[in-house]
Design a protein around this ligand. Sequence first.
Ligand SMILES: Nc1ncnc2c1ncn2[C@@H]1O[C@H](COP(=O)(O)OP(=O)(O)OP(=O)(O)O)[C@@H](O)[C@H]1O
Length: 259
Amino acid sequence: MPLELQNLTGGYALTPIVQDVNLTLQTGEWLSLVGANGSGKSTLLKLVSRILSPQHGTVLLDGKAIHSQPPNLVAQKLALLPQQQTLPVGLTVRQLVSLGRTPHQIWWQWELNAGDRLKVEAAIKKTQLEKLSDRLVEQLSGGERQRAFLALALAQEPKVLLLDEPTTFLDISYQLQLLELLKELNQQKDLTIVTVLHELNLAARYSSRIALLKQGHIWEVGIPEEVLTPNAIAQVFGVESVIIHTPVGLQVCAISSVL
Ligand SMILES: Nc1ncnc2c1ncn2[C@@H]1O[C@H](COP(=O)(O)OP(=O)(O)OP(=O)(O)O)[C@@H](O)[C@H]1O
């Protein structure tokens, strides 16, 4: 079991946002967290990636408590693409992506070795950033920047990849390319993925399971067809909807806000 959340409770200062969350992810699973604005999706990812410490409960990565492991050991196995990235000043795309190899370097190794450099170039290629690799990150558009940070996470070669609204800033073509790339890594490399996605149709199409979050609690978790029902969508989003089944998965059509 690469990732297990046991009674996980936490938030900011003393206010718990995420409450008593229990989830187990199998190797090669793709779970999407879905819920209304402010329901605690990003906070949950911050707890899982050690940005926040839990008030109660545990996150187990490969069976070991994540918050008691050295950061570089965790970073060898788990990467986060955050919703808002801290923008590095004066770094090129290649230099940014190279940071993904840091957790794998030995402390006396000042420069990337040939193997590391190949992995950096592979991540740049996968995210189609070859032509931008010598540009400064601060000079990129929002979508290009998003791809550069994805390349950084891929260069890290994690077993578990957490992505907080990864399709924000991406046009429809790059959204599909990003999700298809994740699908390839998920199916061919057994990468375990957790995404926060607002686009329910994309979540249904790509995820093996969906967890609906409501006010910091898991309201329901299961395969998309079981979880994304008009009743659940009304309860969690306050929206009346119909579900249409199409060749590319179910489509949620919002009709009106019931609030
Ligand atoms: N740094 C912070 N300090 C205090 N409260 C915070 C902080 N960040 C988020 N919150 C609060 O925690 C709650 C959950 O926020 P979170 O960002 O986890 O929600 P979300 O489900 O990811 O929302 P969205 O869909 O809008 O991105 C919100 O009420 C938010 O105002």
